[in-house]
Design a binder for this molecule. Structure first.
Ligand SMILES: Nc1nc2c([nH]c(=O)n2[C@H]2C[C@H](O)[C@@H](COP(=O)(O)OP(=O)(O)OP(=O)(O)O)O2)c(=O)[nH]1
Length: 139
C-alpha cells in the first residue's frame, strides 16, 4: 500500500488571531493564502515536521497544541496525500515571511477575507472557534 504523504499546517495563535501566509510559489498557487507548513519527510513525525517547517519559513519556534478536525485529502499533491492541521503557539521569535510573500494575523472577522487554498477551507470554522470573537458593537 502506498504510504500517506502528510502535509502539515500550523494555525499559529496569538492574542486571539491566527497567522496566515501568502504563497510565493509555484506560480499556480502564488498569492493564495495557507497555514505555514509543508511536507513531512519519510520517517519524520508530523509534529516534528511542523516545528521544522515553521522554523524554516517563519524563523520562529512554534509548539503544536491540538490537531484540528480530520485530515483533508490533497489530491493535487498525490493520490494519498493529506493536509493535517494543528493549532500552535509561539515559543520564541517573531514570525517573518522568509519564504512567503506576506504574513497576516487574522481576527475572527478577517478570517474569510483572504483567498485561502481550497483544501484549507474545511479548517476555517474550527480555527475560527479559537479566535477572539469580534468586539460587540456599542449602539
Ligand atoms: N504548507 C501548506 N501547504 C498547503 C496548505 N494547503 C494546501 O493545499 N497546501 C498544499 C500546497 C502544496 O501543494 C503542498 C505543500 O507543499 P509545500 O511546497 O508547502 O511543501 P514543502 O515546503 O515541503 O516544499 P517542497 O519540498 O515540495 O519544495 O500542500 C497549507 O495550508 N499549508
Amino acid at each position: 500500500m502506498q504510504e500517506t504523504l502528510v502535509v502539515v499546517g500550523a494555525a499559529v495563535l496569538r492574542n486571539g488571531r491566527v497567522l496566515a501566509a501568502q504563497r510565493a510559489r509555484p506560480e499556480a498557487l502564488r498569492g493564495r493564502w495557507e497555514f505555514p507548513g509543508g511536507k513531512a519527510r519519510p520517517g519524520e513525525a508530523p509534529e516534528a515536521a511542523l516545528v521544522r517547517e515553521c522554523r524554516e519559513e517563519l524563523g520562529a519556534h512554534v509548539r503544536p497544541l491540538h490537531q484540528v478536525g480530520p485530515d483533508v485529502p490533497l489530491t493535487a499533491v498525490g493520490p494519498s496525500a493529506v493536509l493535517r492541521l494543528w493549532t500552535a503557539e509561539l515559543v520564541e521569535g517573531d514570525p517573518r515571511p522568509l519564504e512567503h510573500l506576506a504574513l497576516r494575523w487574522l481576527s475572527a472577522g478577517e478570517l474569510h477575507t483572504v483567498e485561502w487554498l481550497p483544501a484549507d477551507l474545511p479548517f476555517l470554522a474550527p480555527v475560527g472557534a479559537h479566535l477572539a470573537p469580534p468586539a460587540a458593537r456599542s449602539e
